[in-house]
Design a protein around this ligand. Structure first.
Ligand code: UDP
Length: 364
């Protein structure tokens, strides 16, 4: 496809401020930022990344010192905006303000109030890639205000995520894109299941463990142990479940281990904005069994690349596990190539940026 932009752009990507890139604390945002940088770079755009100190990136990187931002997932709707002393988030945006003239566009990956609030004070346009659904009134209000003043500046990953916001119809739905060459297709699985994600309440690991206990099918768990108490509770609640915690692995090792699994279970209790791990599993030929809710419900083709289960139904999961063999693993891999490649994502990003820049009323 021809580029929808007139010339290559100089783009500054501002990472999440809840963790360094490579730590896993940033959840799917870490891989999303990396993939998006790759997709844009393949299209000829120049990329620089700004991220908390200690980050690892495969692109030119500016590391910023400061205190990490607390995570917003479980604070409740009326939670106030939190800002620690010497916040890395604030320091990253001070840096961005200083260097903005060297760039055509800034892209914000933080689900935080400050970058939205600062948008009118910048000369350069800011694209905001929102990584979660509606969580707090304060965030909803500032995103709504930004989108009203600067149309086309807010991107999301799925229709279901957009629908959690009153302004969802004005968000650009981008899906996601992956370097599929990193994910090896594995035709013959071993007899166990996978669960991949941050070990935190919103991700609903306990439902997958419950299904493993009933079916007595081994379940391997990969991801950052974000909430230790939560994980201890699960182990106490399901003492005879055949589950093992396998730690947090870099992509290359994760895909190797994940590819050998019979199916990936995705049982989140929140509206998962996208669920990167669904694509990573499918890319290896691993069918996905997911609740029919949020991003995974838009990714999984029921009966073709996995099974969609009534949300929060453990018996539904058990039934789906019994039907894994009906899914053709090669079809799973094919689905990712058609929709979730870096090239496909690069096209969607360029169309988004072209629309955003054509509406920008800022000085050139
Ligand atoms: N992940 C990883 N190594 C692991 C487990 C998970 O790199 O051992 C990454 C995975 O590739 C994915 C992210 O963690 O990009 C989880 O993202 P997802 O979108 O599924 O959920 P989120 O954490 O954003 O809610």
């Amino acid at each position: 496809m021809m580029s929808s932009l007139e010339r290559p752009l100089r783009v500054l990507l501002l990472s999440t401020s809840v963790g360094a890139l490579g730590s896993g604390l940033g959840g799917g945002v870490e891989l999303t930022l990396h993939n998006l940088a790759q997709a844009l770079s393949l299209k000829g755009h120049t990329i620089k990344i700004v991220a908390p100190a200690g980050s690892i990136a495969h692109f030119p990187l500016v590391e910023i010192e400061g205190t990490l931002q607390p995570t917003a997932q479980n604070e409740g709707r009326t939670a106030a905006i939190a800002m620690p002393a010497n916040a890395v988030l604030a320091n990253m945006w001070v840096y961005a303000h200083q260097v903005q003239a060297q760039y055509d566009l800034l892209v914000n990956f933080a689900y935080d109030w400050l970058p939205f609030y600062l948008t009118p004070f910048f000369d350069r346009p800011i694209a905001h890639l929102v990584s979660m659904g509606s969580l707090t009134d304060a965030m909803d209000a500032i995103i709504a205000q930004t989108i009203a003043q600067f149309p086309n500046t807010v991107g999301v990953h799925s229709q279901a995520q957009a629908a959690t916001f009153s302004f969802g119809a004005e968000c650009r739905v981008l899906g996601n894109g992956f370097d599929l060459s990193l994910y090896q297709f594995c035709p013959q699985p071993k007899p166990y299941l996978a669960w991949v994600g941050r070990l935190a309440p919103e991700k609903g690991l306990e439902d997958s463990v419950a299904a493993a206990q009933i079916t007595q099918k081994p379940l391997k768990i990969w991801g950052v142990l974000q909430d230790h108490t939560y994980w201890q509770h699960i182990q106490q609640q399901y003492p005879t479940a055949p589950v093992t915690y396998e730690g947090f692995l870099p992509t290359e090792q994760l895909q190797n281990a994940l590819g050998k699994c019979q199916a990936l279970l995705m049982t989140p209790h929140w509206v998962e904005a996208f669920g990167n791990v669904a694509i990573e599993a499918l890319a290896c030929g691993v069918p996905v069994i997911a609740y029919r809710r949020g991003g995974p419900a838009e990714v999984v083709q029921n009966g073709k690349t996995g099974w969609l289960v009534e949300p929060d139904s453990i018996s539904g999961l058990v039934d789906a596990i019994a039907r894994i063999d009906q899914i053709n693993r090669y079809t799973c891999r094919q689905q990712t190539e058609a929709t979730y490649s870096l090239a496909a994502m690069g096209d969607r990003l360029e169309q988004w940026f072209a629309a955003l820049l054509s509406q920008s009323v800022r000085p050139a």
